[in-house]
Each structure stands twice: as C-alpha cells, then as structure tokens.
Write a protein that binds this ligand. Structure first.
Ligand SMILES: *Cc1c(COP(=O)(O)O)cnc(C)c1O
Length: 409
C-alpha cells in the first residue's frame, strides 16, 4: 500500500466530486466529521439568499410565502429517507438532548404501569443526564437504570418500560444490533428509543423495518448541518396520537394562531414541535442533508468501510510500535464512521497531531478518535495522516504537550 495506490483509488472513486462541494481547510487533514461535519459551499449561497431575500425583503411575510413555518417538517421528511422512516414520522427541531427528553416522556406514556428506563453505562452522557432529570422531577413515574452494553439483552424483563440506546458508540464506533435488541425488547413489552447521533448520514438505518418506536439524532455530525444545527426526532406513526407532549409549546398546538388558553396537541409529528423553528439553522441543515441524499448512503457506507480498513492496516503497520491499540471493533461490519485507538498519552498525542494538522479528537480516559466522513475524506488523506502520525510519534513531539485534558477536541 503506497501513496500512488491511494491516488489511484481516489481517481476511481465514484464519490470524488462531493469533496468539491465543501470548504476544505488549508493544510488540514480533518478527521472530526463525526463531531462537526465540514461546511458545504451551498450552505453559504443559500444562507445569503435567505437572509437577503426571504428575511431581508420578505420579513414576516416569509413565514407563509417561503414555507418557513413548515421547514422542520420538510427537513424531517428528508432525514426520514436516511433512517428508514416514512413521511410524517420525523421532524427536525430542538437539540438532541431536548428530543431525548421528549422521547423518554413519550415512551412512558405509551407504556403505563412500568417505570424503569434502561440504558447502558457507556451511553453518551447527555442521554443519561436527561433520564436523570426526568427521574428527579417525577421519581414515582420513572426510574433510570444502566447496565453494561453487552448485558442489555439479558436485562430485558417485564419491569422495563423503555430502553434508551445509542446505536453507534461515541467512543469506539461500535454498532449495536438494532434488529435483535428491538425484537427481544418488544417480546417483553418494552418500547425502544434509539439515539442515532453517530448513525444518521453514516450508516443505513432501518427504523420501520424493525418496528422501532422512537428515535432521535444529531444534525451537525455526519449530516453536516453546521455547529449547533437542529436535531431530529422520529415517532412511529403507531404511537403519535397516544402521546400528550410534555414539552407542550405553542408551535405544537393544533392551531397556534388561535392563541387559545388551553393546549390541544396538533395532529401527527407536528405535536413534537415546541417553540418557533430556528429557520436559518434548518436551512443550513437542509443543505447538508441534501448532499448526503445525493451521494447515496449505501455508497458512502461502502467507501467508509474501505477507508477505515486501510486506515487500521496502515496504523498497525506503521504505528503499532508507538503504543496505539485499536479501541474500535476489529470486524469492519461492527464499526461505523469513526476509528478509535487507545494510547496512554492520548490527550497530548491528539494535541500534537492537531498542531501538525491532523484533526481528530480525544475522549477520556485514553481514546483518540478519527472520524471518517467518506463524503469528503480521500484515500490519500488516510495515507498522509498515518505518515504524519508516525512523524509525530517518532520525534516524540507529543512530549511538548500537557496531558491534562483541557478542551473540546
Ligand atoms: C453528539 C451526541 C449528542 C448531542 O446532543 P446535543 O443535545 O446536540 O448536544 C447526543 N447523544 C449522542 C449519542 C451523541 O453522540
């Protein structure tokens, strides 16, 4: 595997034209698209158009004239295509954390008489925090519990109301078996909530094929929606009418402009809106989602697997002697869009790599993550990154960096 081979793979890559649709930072090998996707060129063009024309000239009229009022639904329907959902089952709104709150509250309403919500102790913290917040407010209705992720199947019993699981682990990229877990949960009368934050736009998801009840996910990771982009929530058609939204904001009202004193939930997925939709954020998210739809998720997944296999093989050949240990599953089908390595000096190593233009990130206690976003990552980037990692390790450049964890990346 030499550099020429990578250049050849890039030349024959069916997805190569997509890289030209993004801003590419100068002298940077970017491996953090799982945390913040790159900026599409179209996003700038569209934002300027919306600000100058729709906001600048149209002002308040644009809520109706430009369909601003239904943008969360429109973007939601596009995301639905990426996660195996139908029209009217997904809405883009709020943050993932807030949507987790909505989904847990909804699940408990659909499964009365049970109060345990089960998650895994390696889940992303905000998922657990939202569960703990609901429990603090209403300990008689909900009891949050966690188990190790390999214990999930054995922990499903008739006391559990719902499980809250993240399909792709944020540290290791490991994919949980959505089909198997959902099926076993349903056999025990348990409803399932899947967090798709690291799945959406990265791996094909089949929510309705597996009769999933609820799901949430993130807009700024593999969907390239921009920093703090709106998130999304999926509520299966079969449950929608049974749920009284606890976050019962006016935009989820049946007729917000009736300004009625009492809340009546809107029909369908609309009732999971809360406040006024963040229009500019939704427009930016839509640009990112459109690109993923155009590139085709099956193609993206195929290329992501090829890239990650090459990356791991090069790392093992070139950098094993420097103390990296693969933290992601060895089997390529059990890993999603990022590859992680453990390293005893993980934080300083990731700082030193960033200083040399290789942007991955670090997760406590010792995980260095490399996000692989096939929509803009090239084979030659993988090769060049491993060369730079080797260089940093050989010269022990990381020794100049503090091991005390200080920042986001
Ligand atoms: C990134 C991520 C989130 C993010 O939540 P926000 O409310 O958008 O900050 C939530 N859950 C998981 C599993 C994530 O990976």
């Amino acid at each position: 595997m030499d550099r020429q081979m990578m250049l050849d793979l890039d030349a024959n890559d069916r997805l190569k034209k997509f890289r030209d649709k993004f801003y590419i930072p100068h002298d940077t090998l970017y491996f953090d698209g799982n945390s913040l996707g790159m900026a599409p060129l179209e996003t700038k063009r569209k934002m300027i158009e919306v600000i100058e024309k729709e906001w600048g000239q149209g002002l308040i009229r644009s809520w109706a004239d430009e369909d601003w009022a239904i943008s969360g639904q429109r973007v939601g329907n596009k995301i639905a295509k990426l996660i195996g959902a139908n029209e009217g089952e997904v809405i883009a709104a709020d943050s993932t954390s807030i949507n987790i709150f909505k989904a847990i509250a909804a699940a408990l309403q659909c499964n009365t008489g049970r109060k345990i919500v089960l998650s895994t102790d390696d889940n992303f913290p905000t998922d657990l925090y939202m569960m703990q917040g609901l429990e603090k407010f209403s300990p008689e209705r909900i009891k949050g519990m966690t188990v190790k992720s390999d214990q999930i199947l054995d922990s499903l019993n008739e006391e559990v109301a719902a499980i809250l699981l993240t399909e792709v682990n944020y540290k290791t990229g490991q994919i949980l078996d959505m089909s198997k877990i959902t099926k076993k949960a349903h056999e025990k009368g348990i409803l399932v909530i899947w967090d798709l934050s690291h799945s959406a736009g990265s791996i094909p998801v089949h929510l309705n094929k597996y009769s999933v009840d609820f799901a949430v996910g993130c807009g700024y990771k593999f969907l390239n929606g921009g920093p703090g982009a709106p998130a999304f929530i999926f509520i299966s058609k079969k449950h929608q009418k049974n749920i009284y939204p606890i976050l019962s904001g006016w935009m989820g009202h049946k007729d917000p402009f009736e300004f009625s004193k009492n809340y009546t939930a809107a029909n369908g997925i609309d009732r999971f809106l809360c406040g006024t939709p963040p229009l500019l954020g939704l427009i930016a998210l839509e640009c990112g989602v459109d690109l993923v739809l155009e590139a085709d998720l099956k193609q993206l997944r195929k290329k992501a697997i090829k890239l990650s296999v090459i990356f791991i093989e090069l790392m093992e050949r070139q950098c094993n002697k420097y103390g990296f240990k693969l933290a992601s599953p060895k089997n390529k089908n059990n890993r999603a869009g990022h590859v992680s390595f453990r390293h005893a000096n993980g934080f300083s190593v990731s700082r030193a790599l960033a200083a040399d233009g290789v942007i991955g990130d670090f997760r406590v206690p010792d995980i260095i993550r490399f996000g692989i976003a096939p929509i803009y990552t090239r084979y030659q980037d993988i090769y060049d990154a491993v060369e730079r990692i080797k260089h940093v390790m050989k010269l022990e450049k990381w020794k100049q960096f503090d091991q005390k964890v200080t920042s986001y990346t």
